[in-house]
Write a protein of this length. Structure first.
Length: 292
């Protein structure tokens, strides 16, 4: 709903509310009608709140059931700017043609910004990985080791440590700073899918849009021994030095496909069940962009 439509709705609500007040002031109105007025007002207010909540984003992506083919999911995408609504069937398999970019040799720890560079390029906004490396938000907390406890930055806040060399301490960055950086290039079009079900990633892939994710270098669930807890200025954070970011480009019944910035391999594959477990273990972090 655009601003003009929203204005009309609010104006109508005010007019109806005044009308109800006038009716209540009418002594000749029978008791039944008077008692029904408050319920009508409540219903009207609830409807307005629902519309306002539904208008929070510039685009809406909904998973719905195809009543004619119960086994096949579909996606409804509505653009608030154009008002267009289109239905996209979730495919049984997808393999997108996305230009691969290698993080090496300039960015040994730059898998997150390099995967973002591939995503933005596919969205029609080509940007160099080195520019993104410079622009991504950083957590400046220095590395310290005190009584066996690591005190360092928080990847939820910004990139932790040195992205350009392994000779200095460093880790990486999580989804929120990556989403915010993407918004600078695609204002209002980025969508944070973090916390979604794995099936939701397939929805966007079926609409020809790759998905940025956080996984690990093994592409399967890691043992607890591979994780450690840091103290940071913003609280404790659980991390693994095996964290990795790739751009998911497709799937089928057996495999997930992705562009791997570390190896530079396009449409590399891993068993889909293992990959899903690694993604869930790393917090279900995922980011993509929305259609125009």
């Amino acid at each position: 709903m655009n601003k003009m439509e929203l204005g009309y709705l609010l104006l109508l609500a005010v007019c109806l509310f005044i009308f109800f007040l006038l009716l209540l002031a009418n002594k000749k109105l029978n008791l039944f009608l008077k008692s029904a007025i408050p319920f009508s007002v409540v219903i009207l207010i609830a409807a307005i709140i629902f519309v306002l909540e539904s208008s929070n984003t510039s685009h809406k992506v909904l998973s719905v059931t195809n009543w004619f083919e119960p086994s096949s999911a579909t996606m409804a995408i509505e653009s608030e700017v154009t008002g267009d609504l289109r239905i996209v069937k979730v495919s049984e398999n997808v393999l997108l043609d996305v230009q691969v970019v290698s993080q090496m040799p300039e960015l040994p720890r730059g898998c997150e910004v390099t995967s973002l560079a591939m995503l933005l390029h596919h969205a029609g906004s080509p940007v160099d990985k080195l520019s993104l490396a410079e622009q991504v938000r950083k957590d400046p907390a220095p590395y310290k080791l005190k009584a066996g406890t690591v005190i360092f930055g928080n990847p939820n806040i910004g990139f932790v440590g040195n992205m350009y060399t392994y000779t200095e301490p460093g880790l990486g960055v999580y989804h929120k700073p990556i989403f915010d950086l993407g918004e600078q290039y695609l204002p209002g079009r980025m969508q944070d899918l973090t916390g979604s079900d794995f099936q939701d990633l397939k929805i966007h892939l079926s609409d020809n849009r790759p998905v940025w994710v956080i996984t690990n270098t093994s592409y399967k669930s890691l043992p607890e021994a591979d994780f450690q807890t840091w103290q940071t200025p913003s609280g404790k954070v659980k991390i693994t030095f095996k964290m990795h970011s790739v751009l998911v480009t497709g799937y089928d019944n057996e495999y997930i496909y992705f562009n791997d910035p570390l190896t530079g391999i396009k449409n590399r594959k891993a068993p889909i069940s293992d990959f899903e477990e690694s993604w869930v273990q790393m917090g279900r972090q995922a980011v993509t962009y929305l259609p125009r």
